[in-house]
Design a protein around this ligand. Sequence first.
Ligand code: THU
Ligand code: ZN
Length: 142
Amino acid sequence: MDLIEVARDALDDAHVPYSEYRVGAALRTADGTVYTGCNIENANYSNSLHAEEVALAEAVKNGHREFDRIAVTSGVRDGVTPCGMCRQSLAEFAADDLVVVCDEGDGETSEYTLGELLPNTISEGTLDDARATGDARDAGGD
Ligand code: THU
Ligand code: ZN
């Protein structure tokens, strides 16, 4: 089954009593295993989980650290892309060349790379540079 179709199947599990906007995601690991996620909203609104982060958490929890493709869809197939928070979460594990497939409806998809969607991401390397130069220590901080 195509990855976008797997993402569409995940829509069924979405818990969206507040927005009524279902999102499904299917994340493929380097070894071809696929993990899915859906959005899970909460009455306090801010605790809502996004489909992409649910899929990523499931994959990481099962020992996967390398990903090559993610497909994302909404119930209305409006070409939804991962939000900024989800882009950053994906960038923690995936490289700039992660392919992001978005569902445009009518059997059409758009493809982006993570690097296009989130250029100049903060990464572990960013923090390494600060630690190596002792930047905070020089400034009298921690
Ligand atoms: N949503 C996602 O699941 N992924 C995104 O990256 C964009 C937004 C969800 C959160 C909320 O449940 C609904 O879509 C409306 O924002
Ligand atoms: Zn998001």
